[in-house]
Design a protein around this ligand. Structure first.
Ligand SMILES: [Fe+2]
Length: 154
């Protein structure tokens, strides 16, 4: 391929890629693209913004759990004001992380029917203090990370 043809082909490919991104970014469900974007979290716990109150997840776990036994992890979105669940604005995904790694997620494909909250039943096999966090995606306001909580596995 001559240099001129290569440049033409590369430019055409770049336009297609850019056009594809533009379509995804402007569509009503830009979840995958949004999930690659910034992860929001609580900036000042003494003075949370309204968006933070409605979107930062609150994780609730027992202070201690028994190794190998199922227990519940509850995630409330948001931590101070319940996030709306309306046909055009809802929490479309809640992810649970254990020790910084994703272990489960709930996908809500429609607003107005599904709760912004989630409950996971998990078990842990290694004794010690374990960090749990949640990530919630709002279809309009993006991705939000909880404050970490800890449980002791005995
Ligand atoms: Fe929202």
């Amino acid at each position: 391929m001559e240099r001129r043809q290569f440049v033409k082909a590369s430019a055409a490919g770049a336009v297609i890629l850019l056009a594809g991104k533009a379509v995804q970014a402007s569509g009503p469900d830009n979840g995958p693209l949004r999930r690659m974007a910034k992860i929001n979290s609580l900036v000042n716990e003494d003075n949370p913004t309204v968006l933070e109150k409605k979107h930062v997840p609150l994780v609730t776990v027992p202070k201690s759990v028994v190794k190998g036994k199922w227990f519940q992890v509850r995630v409330k979105v948001g931590f101070m004001i319940e996030h709306p669940s309306k046909p055009a604005h809802w929490i479309d995904r809640v992810e649970l992380q254990v020790g910084g790694k994703k272990v489960a997620e709930i996908i809500n494909v429609a607003g107005g029917i599904t709760s912004p909250n989630a409950c996971f039943n998990i078990r842990l096999d290694k004794p010690g203090d374990v960090k749990l966090e949640a990530v919630a995606d709002c279809n309009i306001h993006g991705t939000w990370l909880s404050e970490p909580v800890y449980t002791r596995v005995t």
